[in-house]
Design a binder for this molecule. Structure first.
Ligand code: E4P
Length: 217
């Protein structure tokens, strides 16, 4: 499973990149707002830092506007993925932009039928929003499983990009189901390394080591 980071925070992306685990980045208008930066400026910096796809989202509601914005965003760097919403207009924009050989991430997906349409429209990535479904007392992971089955049934190449991830458990479940990519906030990715038994075990080893009076270096 590829790891994308869901943020426009350059320092956080740099920090995770040091481990070589960042396969891409996703941003959205809310994350750009949070960064307080100019969209083109911050997106360019992210693209320079990360080799993989960097999603930048359009804000027009009509296909023509999305295509125009998408082409403009694509000028930022070669690894830009244009993010369009899963509306009928977004699907039309997806068709046009992928026809031009550009990567397109169809976002705000909340049903298997929406995902099926996005694949038919040639989307590079489909972004089902797990956490926001969980917020409605639904199970976001059921959606990932349904899309996995449908895409496998017909050999669609659109990659399932599990989005709106809120916990380490979401990461594990997305990996178990077979999502191609998971995009998560930096804090969630870092938390995957934590376990209370690891901390406890380490504490015990260090206490005993002190008693030996030895040094390694
Ligand atoms: C995905 O590309 C979105 O940017 C993101 O995952 C949305 O997550 P949220 O529901 O936590 O805002």
């Amino acid at each position: 499973m590829k790891f994308f980071v869901d943020t426009a925070d350059i320092d956080a992306i740099r920090d995770l990149s040091e481990l070589g685990i960042v396969d891409g980045v996703t941003t959205n208008p809310s994350l750009i707002m949070k960064s307080g930066r100019d969209i083109k400026e911050v997106t360019k910096e992210i693209c320079d830092l990360v080799d993989g796809p960097v999603s930048a989202e359009t804000i027009a509601l009509d296909a023509e506007g999305m295509v125009a914005e998408g082409r403009e965003l694509a000028k930022i760097a070669d690894n830009i993925t244009i993010k369009v919403p899963l509306t009928w207009e977004g699907l039309k924009a997806c068709k046009t932009l992928t026809g031009e050989g550009r990567m397109v991430n169809v976002t705000l997906c909340f049903s298997a039928n929406q995902a099926l349409l996005a694949a038919k429209a040639g989307a590079t990535f489909i972004s089902p929003f797990i956490g926001r479904l969980d917020d409605l007392n639904l199970d976001g992971m059921d959606l990932i499983a349904e899309i996995r089955q449908i895409y496998d049934n017909y050999g669609f190449e659109t990659e399932i990009l599990a989005a709106s991830i809120r916990s380490v458990n979401h990461m594990k479940q997305a990996a178990l189901i077979g999502a191609d990519v998971a995009t998560a906030p930096p804090g969630v990715i870092k938390s995957m390394a934590s376990h209370v038994m690891t901390d406890k075990g380490l504490e015990g080893f260090l206490k005993d080591w002190e008693k030996t009076g030895q040094k390694i270096l």
